[in-house]
Design a protein. Structure first.
Length: 152
């Protein structure tokens, strides 16, 4: 792991193991952080935070890195299990004095709900068909109204 900065000494073992494995996986891709960001829809600075244990990555980022690295499904599932263990053990930043405790779920971290466009599930065909039908009906009504004014 040549160019990586040392991880903080006080990291829980689950976090240290996860980040070390994540770094190895990133190194196996041969990609720079900029290229990794372009391939995963997570920015270079986000990957820097994740790979230096400043912040836990969202689950989708871990899955995206596994996909880019060409990890078999079973290995990708193991990475997700490591992620779950690490997130549970990840040190929580103290809230500022006088600030209320954040309400962000049972483990204190929210999974990033943003998915890249290529991971977005396709729409149900019935909804797509309904949208097309409504669009055509609106176009037909507009054509009739415009035609009536043009003739009248």
């Amino acid at each position: 792991m040549g160019g990586w900065q040392p991880l903080p000494d006080d990291l829980p073992p689950e976090v240290r193991h996860f980040v070390t494995q994540l770094r190895l996986l990133k190194d196996r891709t041969g990609l720079s952080l900029v290229a990794l960001g372009a391939r995963t829809a997570y920015s270079k600075s986000s990957w820097q935070r994740y790979l230096n244990a400043v912040q836990p990555p969202p689950r989708q980022a871990v899955e995206a890195l596994c996909r880019v690295a060409g990890e078999p499904r079973e290995d990708a599932e193991r990475f997700v299990v490591r992620w779950e263990l690490a997130v549970q053990a990840w040190p929580r930043p103290a809230p500022p004095k006088g600030a209320p405790e954040p309400d962000s779920g049972a483990d204190g971290y929210e999974d990033d709900p943003t998915l890249p466009w290529w991971d977005t599930p396709p729409e149900e065909p019935s909804r797509r068909l309904l949208r097309v039908a409504v669009g055509l009906a609106v176009a037909l009504v507009l054509g009739v109204v415009i035609g009536a004014f043009a003739l009248g």
